[in-house]
Design a binder for this molecule. Structure first.
Ligand code: KIV
Ligand code: ZN
Length: 514
C-alpha cells in the first residue's frame, strides 16, 4: 500500500532565519499564498513571540490562507504558547509547534536544566498547547545528539500529554542517512505510542545531507518532512522542498509514497521566494537552478533532441517550467497582458493588474521584447509593494572616469516634495546619499547585488539592496533597463520599508533568552 507523506514548509520560520533575510507581512502573505497553491500540508508561518512583526504575520496568514494547516512555533513555556495560540486562533486548521532541547550539550549549556526539568517542561507545554487546539507538534531540539533512552521517555510522555505530531530534528546537520534511519527505526520500536501520531523529521544541511537524511527517515517510517523552498534556513539551511519532493516523485518506485504537492507550482514558488528574500538561486541548484534543465554539451544536446529521456530524468513541465516563448511588446494591449498573466498562473486583483500593466507599459517603451521572466519580475515588484510613503519622482546623475559623480533626486514623502543633491563614489553612491538626505534617514548599505532578469542588451536589471537601520535589516528591490534607475528604485524600496516598520510593524521588546 502507498503511504502518504506530508510536507511541512518552514520557509517563513526557519527559512526566515537565513542571515540577511527579513520579510514584511505583505511578503510573507504572498509566500504563504503561493505555498497554498503548491499544496503543502503545513505552513509554519513564524514564531509569534519573537516580535510584533512575526505575530502579525502569523495572524494575517492564519486569517487569510486556507487549505494547509497553519503552524506557529513556541518554546516550551506558557508565555510563548499563549502568544502562538492568540496569533493562530482564527486559522482554519491551527497547530502549535512547541519545542525544547533534549541533548546533554543543550540542556547543560543552553537551558541549564536537568533532563527531569526538560521532561516536565515539555509535558506541561504540550498540555497547555492542547488546551487551545487539537493539533500539537512537539520537537526535541538537537534530537540527533540526544540520548536515545531519554528521547524515548520524552516522546512517550509528550504523546500521552496530547502531542499529535512528534518531530525529530537534526538541528545541527550532524547525522548521516544510515544513523538517522537507525534512530527513526529504534524510536518506533521502543515507543509504541509513536504508532498513533505523525512522525516528522527536520534536517539541517551543515554536511550537505539534509535531503538524504530526510529520505532515509521516510524509508523508515517518517510521515511528515519539514523543509524550505530553495533550502533556505539557519546556517547552511534546511532540506530543500523542491529536491525532496522531486526525489519522492521521480523515484516513487523506491520510496512508494504519495504527496499532496502540485509539483507544477515548484518553479513559481522558488521564484517568488528568491525574489522576495533577495537570496538568488545558484545556477546549478538541483531542480530550480537556471541550468537544472539546460544541456550544454553537444553529445547531451544531440541525445535530448532525439529522445528527451536520454538525459532528462524529469520534465521541465513537471516543475512548472514552460517552453512557451511568447513575447509581448509595446503594441501588446491590456488584454494580451492579462491573458499571459493567467497563463503564467497569476490571479491578481483589479488593482494589482492595473499596477502591473502600468509598469509593463513603462518597460515596453524601453525594451523591445517583454519575456515571461520580465513579466514575473514586474508582477512580484508590484504585488508585494507595501504602502509607498516615499516615491521616487525623478533622478539625474552625471559621472565619468575623470569626474566627481553627482546625483540629484526628487522624492515625494507622504505628500511633500523634497529635492536633494549629493556627490559620491560613483553614480549609485551619489544617488543613495541624495536619497538618504531627501528622506532624512540614516542607514547603512550592507549588501548590493545586480543581475539581469532576462537575456539581451536591453535586459531588465534587477538590483537587490540590504540596508541596516537601528540594528534591523531591510531588503529593497528595483527593476529597470537602466541600472542606475534600478539601483535608485531598490534603495527607495528599502527606505520605504524602514518607514513602514516604524509605522506599525515594530519589533517587540526583547524577549527572554532561549
Ligand atoms: O532545527 C531545529 O531544531 C528547529 C526546531 C525548532 C524544530 O528548527
Ligand atoms: Zn531548524
Amino acid at each position: 500500500m502507498v503511504r502518504k507523506v506530508e510536507i511541512f514548509d518552514t520557509t517563513l520560520r526557519d527559512g526566515e532565519q537565513t542571515p540577511g533575510v527579513a520579510l514584511n507581512v505583505y511578503e510573507k502573505l504572498e509566500i504563504a499564498r503561493q505555498l497554498a497553491k503548491l499544496k503543502v500540508d503545513v505552513i509554519e508561518a513564524g514564531f509569534p513571540i519573537a516580535s510584533n512583526g512575526d505575530f502579525n504575520a502569523v495572524k494575517t496568514i492564519a486569517e487569510n490562507v486556507k487549505g494547509p494547516v497553519i503552524a506557529g512555533l513556541a518554546r516550551a513555556n506558557f508565555k510563548d504558547i499563549d502568544r502562538a495560540a492568540e496569533a493562530l486562533k482564527n486559522a482554519e486548521s491551527p497547530r502549535i509547534h512547541t519545542f525544547i532541547a533534549s541533548s546533554p550539550i543543550h540542556m547543560q549549556y543552553k537551558l541549564k536544566m536537568s533532563p527531569e526539568q526538560v521532561l516536565e517542561a515539555a509535558v506541561e507545554a504540550v498540555k497547555r498547547a492542547k488546551s487551545y487546539f487539537e493539533d500539537v507538534e512537539f520537537s526535541a531540539e538537537d534530537a540527533t545528539r540526544s540520548d536515545v533512552e531519554f528521547l524515548c521517555k520524552l516522546f512517550s510522555q509528550t504523546i500521552k500529554a496530547g502531542a499529535t505530531v512528534i518531530n525529530i530534528p537534526d538541528t545541527v546537520g550532524y547525522t548521516t542517512p544510515e544513523e538517522f534511519a537507525n534512530l527513526i527505526r529504534t524510536l518506533r520500536e521502543r515507543v509504541p505510542e509513536m504508532d498513533r501520531v505523525k512522525i516528522s523529521v527536520h534536517c539541517h544541511n551543515d554536511l550537505g545531507m539534509a535531503v538524504a537524511n530526510s529520505l532515509a527517515a521516510v524509508v523508515n517510517g517518517a510521515t511528515q518532512v519539514e523543509c524550505t523552498i530553495n533550502g533556505l534556513g539557519e546556517r547552511a539551511g534546511n532540506a530543500a522542498l523542491e529536491e525532496l519532493v522531486m526525489a519522492l516523485v521521480t523515484r516513487k518506485d523506491i520510496y512508494k509514497v504519495d504527496l499532496n504537492i502540485d509539483t507544477r507550482q515548484i518553479y513559481r514558488t522558488s521564484k517568488v521566494v528568491s525574489t522576495l528574500t533577495g537570496i538568488h538561486v545558484q545556477p546549478n541548484k538541483a531542480i530550480v537552478g537556471a541550468n537544472a534543465f539546460a544541456h550544454a554539451s553537444g553529445i547531451h544536446q544531440h541525445g535530448v533532441l532525439s529522445e528527451k529521456s536520454t538525459y532528462e530524468i524529469m520534465t521541465p513541465e513537471s516543475i512548472g517550467l514552460t517552453s512557451n516563448r511568447i513575447v509581448l511588446g509595446k503594441l501588446s494591449g491590456r488584454h494580451a497582458f492579462v491573458q499571459r498573466l493567467k497563463e503564467l498562473g497569476y490571479e491578481l486583483s483589479e488593482e494589482e493588474t492595473n499596477r502591473a500593466f502600468e509598469r509593463f507599459k513603462d518597460l515596453a517603451d524601453k525594451k523591445k521584447e517583454i519575456t515571461d521572466s520580465d513579466i514575473e519580475a514586474i508582477v512580484e515588484e508590484q504585488v508585494t509593494k507595501i504602502p509607498q510613503l516615499i516615491e521616487l519622482e525623478y533622478f539625474q546623475t552625471s559621472s565619468g572616469n575623470q569626474a566627481i559623480a553627482t546625483s540629484t533626486v526628487r522624492v515625494k514623502i507622504q505628500g511633500n516634495t523634497v529635492e536633494e543633491a549629493a556627490t559620491g563614489n560613483g553614480p549609485v553612491d551619489a544617488t543613495y546619499k541624495a536619497l538618504e538626505r531627501a528622506c532624512n534617514i540614516n542607514c547603512k548599505l550592507v549588501d548590493y547585488s545586480i543581475k539581469s532578469v532576462s537575456a539581451g542588451k536591453d535586459a531588465i536589471g534587477e538590483v537587490v539592496v540590504r540596508i541596516e537601520k537601528d540594528g534591523k535589516i531591510f531588503t529593497g528591490r528595483g527593476l529597470s533597463t537602466d541600472i542606475i534607475e534600478a539601483s535608485a528604485r531598490a534603495y527607495t524600496d528599502a527606505l520605504n520599508k524602514t518607514l513602514y516598520n516604524s509605522n506599525g510593524n515594530k519589533p517587540a521588546e526583547t524577549n527572554e533568552e532561549e
